[in-house]
Design a protein around this ligand. Structure first.
Ligand SMILES: [Zn+2]
Length: 471
């Protein structure tokens, strides 16, 4: 950014602090709080250039170990494999993986306790949850060490976009849920001297908050922006409409939502940098990212196996995405149907020399904004965690005929009652305004869109049009 007249942090000071964070503070922090991180960091750095055959061998080794553990210590998988007449030793190749049944979100909701490994101590795992782009709340467990390897994957993929540890980056990201009641974009000390991130929450995207974001960005001048795709687009449109030309990023990493066709160009023109598409989810972290050649998304293949499987009633050339996490033991996700569609094309090539396989044209992560009577908008993914930790709620969807009316459609789980409804109403309140009218209705199911996908927010004038990743 050019006009930094009010900034307290000069580029030189920022670079020196960044180098200090990169070389001293972050490695020390990682050593004491995330002991496996450095090991994975080194390994993943090497793995991206392995010979493809060696990469597949590594995947197979990790898959075999995962399956043996799942069979021994996770009742759900032992039962499933027994029912299918299989043991882990029957899975000898990547193709054999197809012999195992698909794990659905419904399976996780219905058999959560049976999916937990008896071999991982509660002190070595952490519970997490997601509303997901599908709006189905899920709880799951992640090994503490898996958080380390996930962080190492993210750092590797960030480096492809030129974002290093110690570089300031903005995060136009995350629900109010993660920020508390009074989100403030000003970085606190840990952000300044460790994470180097500026959190610009997407729960309340109003003109006023975006102006506040502009001021913070002018002050700190982050090199990169990591963002929900549609939030980035909306922010770019705001900057254009208000003749703000001094907000710039070398790179913009966009994920969690589809980048609508043509919007890559809008982002690159507005912020004078390159867009890097990323695909991931809360359950397994980064799944795939674009490298500097933008030839599709390289799969995080040393930690995951990603299958794109043909299935009936899908748009031509598309398959459902199934993910197997090779490193998480406390609740293994094996052939997990994440709820997205991707191109079945396996012929993509990238000139960067990385052997990590490519996927492209991911479809179906389209989420809308909830519109407020005052003209404000709330990003769908911000609302997606609304009922994530409520076991008496299976699925929710916001229907909006006009900005003053919101109907929350709920698929009730076991134990759903009046109190559940009151709790949902209470949780929705911070996202609404005085003039908003909220109605809660229950439904047996929430039908998906013609593309086979589900949308968290549906507005009156909306009809889903299949979108492709813009190139
Ligand atoms: Zn590449």
């Amino acid at each position: 950014m050019k006009n930094n007249t009010k900034g307290l942090t000069t580029p030189i000071q920022s670079d020196l602090t960044g180098a200090l964070v990169r070389r001293v503070i972050h490695p020390l922090w990682a050593k004491f709080t995330h002991p496996a991180y450095a090991r994975y960091m080194q390994e993943f750095e090497r793995n991206q250039y392995l010979h493809p055959d060696d990469l597949r061998k590594l995947q197979m080794l990790r898959l075999r170990q995962q399956l043996i553990d799942a069979y021994r210590y996770v009742p759900f998988y032992r039962h499933r494999m027994t029912q299918a007449g299989l043991t882990p030793l029957d899975i000898r190749t990547h193709e054999d993986l197809r012999l195992l049944p698909v794990l659905t979100k419904r399976d996780i909701q219905d058999h959560q306790d049976l999916l937990v490994s008896s071999n991982v101590s509660p002190s070595k795992r952490k519970q997490d949850q997601t509303g997901g782009s599908t709006g189905s709340p899920l709880q799951f467990y992640v090994d503490l060490e898996r958080f380390d390897s996930r962080m190492a994957s993210t750092v590797r993929h960030n480096a492809w976009a030129g974002l290093r540890i110690g570089d300031w980056h903005a995060q136009l990201w995350g629900p109010r849920y993660d920020f508390g009641d009074k989100p403030d974009p000003t970085p606190f000390w840990r952000q300044k001297f460790l994470y180097r991130n500026i959190s610009l929450h997407t729960a309340d995207v109003t003109e006023e908050s975006m102006m506040q974001y502009v001021e913070v960005l002018r002050k700190y001048r982050p090199r990169s922006m990591v963002s929900y795709a549609q939030s980035a687009v909306r922010f770019a449109e705001f900057c254009k409409a208000n003749n703000i030309h001094d907000v710039a990023f070398d790179s913009m990493i966009v994920s969690a939502e589809m980048l609508p066709p043509g919007k890559r160009q809008v982002l690159e023109e507005t912020f004078h940098g390159k867009v890097f598409n990323r695909y991931g989810c809360r359950e397994v972290g980064v799944i795939a990212s674009e490298c500097e050649f933008h030839s599709g998304l390289h799969v995080n293949a040393d930690a995951l196996i990603v299958e794109v499987e043909a299935a009936p009633n899908l748009p031509s050339g598309m398959g459902r995405v199934l993910v197997t996490d090779l490193l998480n033991r406390s609740m293994p996700l094996i052939r997990y149907e994440i709820g997205d569609l991707a191109s079945l094309d396996t012929e993509m090539r990238c000139p960067c020399g990385r052997s990590l396989p490519l996927i492209g044209n991911i479809q179906g992560r389209t989420s809308n904004f909830l519109r407020l009577p005052s003209g404000g908008m709330i990003a769908g993914p911000s609302l997606a965690l609304l009922a994530a930790d409520m076991r008496d709620v299976r699925q929710v969807q916001c229907i909006q005929p006009d900005p003053a009316h919101v109907t929350l459609k709920v698929v009730a789980g076991n134990g759903y009652n009046q109190r559940t409804e009151e709790e949902l109403r209470r949780r929705m309140q911070p996202y609404l305004e005085k003039e908003s009218n909220l109605t809660i209705v229950t439904a047996d199911s929430i039908p998906s869109e013609p593309s086979g996908k589900y949308r968290f927010v549906k507005t009156g004038e909306d009809t889903e049009t299949p979108t492709a990743m813009s190139r």
